[in-house]
Design a protein around this ligand. Structure first.
Ligand SMILES: Nc1ncnc2c1ncn2[C@@H]1O[C@H](COP(=O)(O)OP(=O)(O)O)[C@@H](O)[C@H]1O
Ligand SMILES: CC(=O)OP(=O)(O)O
Ligand SMILES: [Mg+2]
Length: 405
């Protein structure tokens, strides 16, 4: 039986996609449509060891997904003759309502739309992807998998902001947390590496990609995380500031006349590594720092200092920690950031092995380190595919009541 899942991660100007078989994690095909709505666009499709590139402009998300289907038809495998068993969609913000993967209906789409004020940069693009894909695959079940879902277990003491009651009650102001599919995947993989059940381990996971966050995991469930109402809080990111005194915004409003829209743009797109050193690509910053570039060095120092603060905080939150886990493009590849982020924490039982770290082994701590330090690749697409099939299997199980959605 065909159990392949097409996973779509629709962003504001790109659609990443992957066709995979969750049974063995095998990637059948995948690619990315980039520069949607921009003068230059590119679709890169990979299948069977070959890569096809199409540089025609891509006016909108509908055209992007139509072009993805054409790439599947031209370069394989043809999705029109063998459609996927399901389409799994990444949705960044699930608000208070969605704490499980959810089969998409018109009503679910309307609910995702209502969450747009909480994730203005992410949810509209996710929803457009869902709507276009439902038109193109009307007979296939679509499942929404939410970045926020994994954090539904965070206790009130950790997810509540100390703000006036109507902010919390009427406007949904609280910590939600993101990168949940990554944490779910990485926590299981890290537990396997430790030779334990995920329900038996306490972890601090650092997801360091373009967006970056930290998560405190107790017995396999999230008990605190660094991103908050939106994916802006917490660690320093590629283009986002992370933690900031909220008064900075009022100051910039008063001192420079910046509007809410301008502040939103500056903090989400012109800050972080880009704000500190003019570039959000950690590979290039590392090369510059190695050549002695002061702005690049400062950017990496600020980035590492913030990581160290969160590691210290989550050691205190968890009490006992089995492992600190690095994942994401930076976490998996940049040994300098791993070393800088954990520098000086020997007294807390965290000892990195410099050579293992430089080689990027799975276990980069010393044999004697009381807390293990691991490098575990994330795979958000595989996790979305698995969760999508799991919810459909549960729905189809004979005798089971229909789920609420
Ligand atoms: N070898 C490497 N060394 C340092 N940084 C790297 C390396 N490879 C990728 N990165 C960085 O990882 C970041 C992107 O991470 P990724 O997890 O792919 O992002 P996204 O959030 O878009 O999925 C970029 O800053 C990139 O420079
Ligand atoms: C939620 C978030 O930050 O996502 P990304 O890392 O894809 O930007
Ligand atoms: Mg990512």
């Amino acid at each position: 039986m065909n159990r392949r899942v097409l996973v779509l991660n629709s962003g504001s100007s790109s659609v990443k996609y992957r066709l995979l078989d969750p049974a063995d994690g095998g990637i059948v095909a995948g690619g990315i449509a980039e520069g949607i709505g921009e003068p230059t666009g590119r679709l890169t499709h990979q299948h069977g060891g070959t890569e096809a590139v199409d540089d025609d402009p891509i006016p909108d998300h509908e055209q992007a997904l139509r072009r993805v289907l054409t790439a599947f038809r031209d370069h394989g495998p043809d999705l029109e003759s063998v459609p996927p068993a399901a389409v799994g969609h990444r949705v960044v913000h699930g608000g208070r309502r969605f704490s499980d993967p959810t089969v998409v209906t018109d009503e679910v789409c309307a609910a995702i739309d209502r969450l747009t004020p909480l994730a203005p940069l992410h949810n509209p693009a996710n929803l457009t992807g869902i709507e276009v894909a439902r038109k193109l695959f009307p007979d296939v079940p679509h499942v929404a998998v939410f970045d926020t879902a994994f954090h539904a277990t965070i206790p009130a003491a950790a997810h509540t902001y100390a703000v006036p009651p109507e902010w919390r009650d009427r406007h949904g102001v609280r910590r939600y947390g993101f990168h949940g599919t990554s944490y779910s995947h990485v926590a299981r993989a890290a537990a396997a590496e430790l030779g334990a059940e995920v329900t038996d381990v306490n972890l601090i996971v650092l997801h360091l990609g373009n967006g970056a966050s930290a998560c405190a995991i107790r017995g396999g469930v999230s008990v605190d995380t660094s991103m908050g109402l939106t994916p802006l809080e917490g660690l320093v990111m590629g283009t986002r500031s992370g933690d900031l005194d909220p008064a900075v915004m009022m100051h910039m409003h008063r001192a420079a006349g910046m509007s809410a829209v301008e502040l939103d743009h500056a903090l989400n797109h012109e800050s972080g590594l880009r704000g500190l050193a003019g570039d959000n690509d950690m590979r290039r910053l590392r090369a510059r720092a190695d050549r002695g570039d002061r702005a690049a060095r400062l950017a990496r120092d600020v980035y590492c200092h913030r990581i160290r603060k969160y590691v210290g905080a989550y050691l205190a939150v968890l009490g006992h920690v089995d492992a600190i886990v690095f994942t994401g493009g930076v976490g998996e590849n940049d040994d300098g950031i791993r070393a800088g982020g954990l520098a000086g924490l020997h007294h807390l039982g965290i000892a990195l092995d410099a050579e293992r770290n430089a080689r990027g082994e799975t276990r980069v701590s010393t044999v004697a380190s009381p807390v293990a330090v691991l490098v575990v690749p994330t795979d958000e697409e595989l996790e979305i595919a698995r969760q999508s099939l799991a919810v459909l299997d549960a729905r189809n199980r004979p005798g089971d009541a229909a789920p609420p959605e």
